[in-house]
Design a protein around this ligand. Sequence first.
Ligand code: ADP
Length: 702
Amino acid sequence: MVEHERIQPAVAGEAQTNRAETCMDRDQKRGRTKPLSAAPLPSTASGDDHRLRAILRQSPLIVYTLDRNGIVTMMEGHDIEPDLLNTKDIIGRSLDDLSGIFDIPDLQALMEKVLNGENTRTVIQIGEQYYEAQSTPLRGLNGIEGVIGIAYDVSSWKKETDALQDARLTNRDILEDIEDGYYEIDLKGNYTLVNSALARILGCSKADLLNGKPVSFRSFTDDVTAEAAERAFDHVQRTGKPIRAFESKVVRADGSITYIELSISARRDEREKLVGFRGIVRDVTDRKAVEEALAQRMVLLSVLQQVDNELNHALEVEKVLKVALNAAVILSNAETGFIGLIKDNTVIVVRAAGTGEERVYSANLPTGAGITGRAMRLRQPQRVIDVSVDPDYINDIPDTQAEIAIPLITHDKLLGVINLETSHPEQFTEAIFEHVQMLTSRVAPAIENARLYELSQEQLGAMRELEQLKTDMIRIASHDLRSPLGIILGYLDILSFDLEPVLTEEQRGYVDAIRRAGERIQRMSTEILSLERVNALRNQPRAPVSLNELVLKTIVEHRDEARQKDINLITQLDTTPMEVMADATSLPEAIANLVGNAIKYTLPGGFVTVRLAREGKDSALFEVIDTGVGIREESQTRLFEPFYRVKSEETAKIDGTGLGLYLVKRIVEQHGGTLRFSSVYGEGSKFGFTMPLGQPQGESQK
Ligand code: ADP
């Protein structure tokens, strides 16, 4: 119904007149003299006029006229911001007066322009809306009488262009603000948009890039990388899928090298047609350096680990040298290298790698000469980046430009030197130098170990020969002597029996001497045999043996001997059953030996006490205590050595081999027992052992 009301011309006209008067009054007060002229459109009463106004109101257009003073004389058409103002409320008011509603920049100048006969076009803001107003001079009979114009709502267009403008500004600001480079290229590879960061990363100016100076990727990098990049762009073009990170090396105009990572996305126009590419370019040089250092570290670690493994198992010097030199060459990227070892004041090149191997393999270096000589003399690793200016350098390999020489030192002993050479001085960095030193610190002890091992192998060979000789001797002593000795003693018995009636006293003495000597040899051979058996005892099966029975049996066997020597044999035997896991031949031998010795080294009238007792829950204690000659303190430590006999007046006439106690010690230990011994010279001795009951636990003492 609103529309209907609006097409009531009379009402509109009246209102227009009333309001016009009011405005005019105001204008007059301000000193404006020209009265309001009639609306310049044809008579308001005409039917055509009505229709025209009705059409205008339906259209998005506003038609207006102003007089020379800027008073609105007609405004018809689409409502301007209906809430703010109705077009008909404006008639008769000056634009100045309406400045709170119409925001017209440079109104005065605009008016003047039109009144001077020009057309103008301006955007006017009314509330939230924007209108473009096109004004032309309104020519009447008296020339230019005012302004006539049309205005139409351009709000949405204005907002879009503003937003676009803003966006463009913001995007550009953002692009300039970010650390990363940004590029847009067309399909030919020409840059269409770049930011300063990109120019900085590539080492040129923005203008250079946009003017196509470095035309394509090829200007920045090597052929291989450029081809890979082209393939990447091609891939994006074909699949439409972006590539997030393509890594590339960049050689900048000044020759310096940077590493970049770029993303590649397809750029399309509004019809989705591919027009080029865009993406972010990131300088990853620092990251790359860290990655490279890490990679180098990984190589170092894996080489060192491998070297450690191999050196741990390498027992020959030759193998150690091979592993060491290979590792040093791998770690340093050296072209040539050698290891020299010192022998008789000469450095002998024992292993060489790289060119000239044949030539230097047999070379000997004068000690102290060259950079290697200096390294050995100062005992300091040397790294020379330019050998041509080093006074010590001996020009041996023509291409060499840099050299590393590291002395091989272990336990303060200088073994030799590792030498590495290259024609690419940049290869021998501080880090590489350190790595080779780390390697060398492992190699030097390994060489020493391998040398010692080789030496010990040689000595072992000699010892094996001796061992064989000893074994042969024992075989001869124990086996081969026994049968002829048995024959001698046997025939001696027959002869002495047959010749008994005719032998003189003196001759009987000779026969006795022969018998005693023979018996002594026999005893020695028996003990040597026992020793051999005890040494093999570890592998012999054990059986439960009753210590009670064994000790008792030994006492019985020695009773006569004691009686003959007028020795008092006393027994103190615990009757609790004591069983040990034992070798049935050797354990009785040990017990008999101790009882026999006590009787042997005790003078007539003395006492020998044999004791068997439990010690604690799990052990037995066997002891033989005598009141014999005793042993001087200085002799006591050697008692249990093989063939050791105490030399004293008291024992000079007592026969023995010096093997008995050694045998006892070995047997007791083989049964997991522990020896007990004490003696006071001139008073007597106590020999014995403790032994675990039941299952033996192996040797407790060696
Ligand atoms: P031997 O065949 O000489 O008896 P042993 O190895 O049995 O050899 O003894 C080594 C040395 O220890 C003996 O020569 C002797 O001097 C000394 N010895 C061993 N047992 C006693 C003991 N009960 N009293 C004094 N000395 C002893």
